[in-house]
Design a protein around this ligand. Structure first.
Ligand SMILES: Cc1ncc(C[n+]2csc(CCOP(=O)(O)OP(=O)(O)O)c2C)c(N)n1
Ligand SMILES: [Mg+2]
Length: 552
């Protein structure tokens, strides 16, 4: 006979055993059994309070994206899960492995339609890998173990579990079992590698498209080495939400944009697109132009086979872990006679148009903006990039002001950069808290548009409460500048209804201070660097409200 345990206690024990060290949450009555059991687990697991459910999920998302570790978050019944949906949508978009749970009214009680009741599984289902409700305490271990495995197995992603109160309050002798992790560090057969090398070397001018699996499989060095041995310029995927390639490497060309015509124009120079764990030209706004030049062949390597041939047929699609595959493939290519010379020549040919060359040229041009007010966007991004200390992590949700950030910010390590990914905003402020919790020894700077910041501003309180030293930079143009730009570009309309918030102006400094965050307003370009350095040196979270250009 096993020791008896309550459902709530078993839930926490199971999370702990699945490797969860932080439970991000926002409690309500249906979560009280968990909060009641929590004190027994705080030696191994911290409860991180977010003051609204979308923040809770975004914090967990940031934590996992900056660490690769499984996160857990707990939200409150149907309205709480509803609040969390946008953030959960973001987490699915980036394949963030997390277990999201919600307390649920007791089994049977829901039938009477009490307050706060609605079936939760159908709400969560569209945005998670797997969703289920526990109906008996004895099923909890099997469900939790399955959830941990499903979330962490590539293609990774969020899973949802509904936890009815009667299950959490029940008490029984149950076996908690043990966790399963699927080893997906697989590589092609030797014959497969030779065939891959043959196909890659048959191209006269291949280009690499690097994506998020470079981060998740820890292949930052291997993808750079691959570009060297193959002799292929490398681009970041169009949704450049992470650090997918070392920027200062001579092969790096920058991120592809989400402008179909522009991407097509760039790719027309090449005769093969080698996709390394990336989404293939995922776009945002509809266009009649296909971003992929007609008939351009594609070779894809990665674990996410849904991406393979999804929109464009793949000439070769190889299911394998990016790191393991490149570790095996690079020497095969390197051993082919005569290729080293060709590879070197191909990279030498892009020396004056690679990322470093373009950055140097742009930096010279931007010197002209050093005294311009309101502060110019690109000048600010260059200045911030130059002011960041070694090892800094940048979190980005700066929309128009940080549009060109990646032209200036050098990515040197796989966790250096985390950007909003799905288009859903309100992610960065809380995500930066999670990133800083995951990487306590690295400076974290979050660049956030004023509009985006207002979706989740109360994350500042959690940062202050936990004393996580994020430096928040609000890119303040007093409105939704991107929406104004698009109204003008797409509709020729310059009457901006519902896109400004200048009357009254939002006082970010006062708001930050009210939540315990040190804050300063900057209006002059000459003050930016000193403000950043002071914020980074000051323990605890800081906010700098920077008045930036707002021209449409
Ligand atoms: C959850 C969500 N709601 C609304 C939008 C639509 N939207 C996209 S960008 C944007 C404005 C962003 O404003 P801000 O962060 O100030 O950046 P700016 O455009 O001013 O540079 C809005 C409202 C969205 N993408 N996601
Ligand atoms: Mg704005």
């Amino acid at each position: 006979m096993q020791n008896e345990i309550t459902g709530a206690s078993a839930f926490l024990a199971l999370l702990r055993d699945e490797g969860v060290t932080h439970l991000f949450g926002n409690p309500g009555t249906t979560e009280l059994p968990i909060m009641d059991a929590m004190p027994d687990y705080t030696d191994d697991m911290s409860y991180v309070l977010g003051l609204q459910e979308s923040l809770v999920v975004a914090m967990a998302d940031g934590y996992t994206r900056a660490s690769g570790r499984l996160a857990a978050c707990n939200v409150h019944v149907a309205p709480g899960l509803g609040n969390a949906m946008g953030a959960l949508y973001n987490a699915r978009f980036t394949n963030t492995p997390m277990i999201i749970t919600a307390g649920q009214q007791e089994t049977g009680h829901g039938l009477t339609e009490p307050l706060l009741y609605d079936p939760l599984v159908p709400i969560a289902t569209p945005v998670v890998k797997w969703a289920t409700e526990v109906t008996r305490l004895e099923d909890l271990p099997r469900i939790m173990r399955r959830a941990g495995k499903v979330a962490m197995t590539a293609p990774t992603g969020p899973v949802f579990i509904s936890l009815p109160g009667d299950v959490l309050n029940d008490r029984k002798g149950i076996d908690l079992g043990s966790r399963t992790r699927v080893d997906t560090a697989m590589r092609p057969t030797d014959a497969g590698l030779e065939a891959l090398a043959d196909r890659l070397l048959a191209a006269k001018n291949p280009a690499i498209l690097a994506g998020n699996e470079v981060v998740t499989s820890d292949a930052f060095d291997e993808v750079a080495r691959f570009a060297e041995v193959l002799g292929a310029p490398a681009f970041q995927q169009t949704t450049a939400y992470g650090s997918f390639f070392p920027s200062e490497h001579p092969a790096f060309m920058g991120a592809l944009s989400r402008n179909q015509k522009e991407v097509r124009g760039i790719l027309e120079d090449y005769d093969l697109l080698v996709v390394i764990g990336a989404d293939v030209l995922r776009m945002s706004v509809m266009s009649e132009t296909e971003p992929l030049p007609d008939g351009m062949p594609i070779v894809q390597i990665g674990l996410f086979d849904w991406e393979m041939g999804k929109n464009y047929p793949a000439d070769m699609a190889v299911r394998g872990d990016v790191r393991e595959t490149l570790l095996a493939l690079n020497p095969v290519i390197g051993a082919r006679t005569d290729h080293a010379d060709i590879a070197q020549k191909r990279l030498a040919a892009v020396a004056d148009k690679n990322w470093s060359a373009k950055r140097a040229r742009r930096a010279t041009e931007l010197a002209a903006d050093a005294e311009t007010t309101p502060i110019r966007s690109d000048w600010l991004m260059l200045t911030v990039a130059d002011a960041l200390p070694d090892g800094a992590i940048t979190v980005n949700e700066g929309l128009t002001t940080s549009w060109n950030l990646l032209q200036f910010l050098p990515l040197r390590e796989r966790y250096d950069f985390h950007s909003f990914a799905s288009g859903g905003i309100g992610w960065a402020l809380p995500a930066a808290v999670g990133v800083q919790i995951a990487q306590p020894d690295r400076p974290v700077v979050a660049l956030v548009g004023d509009g985006s910041a207002m979706y989740s501003i109360q994350a500042l309180w959690t940062a202050a409460h936990l004393r996580v030293p994020v430096t928040y930079v609000i890119l303040n143009n007093q409105g939704y500048r991107i929406i104004k730009q698009r109204l003008k570009a797409f509709h020729g309309n310059e009457t901006y209804i519902g896109m400004d918030f200048e009357d009254p102006p939002i006082d970010f400094v006062g708001m930050a201070q009210s939540m315990g965050v040190a804050a300063e307003r900057v209006t002059e370009p000459g003050a930016v660097r000193a403000a950043l350095e002071a914020a980074l040196a000051n323990p605890g979270p800081n906010l700098i409200d920077i008045c930036v250009e707002r021209s449409v």
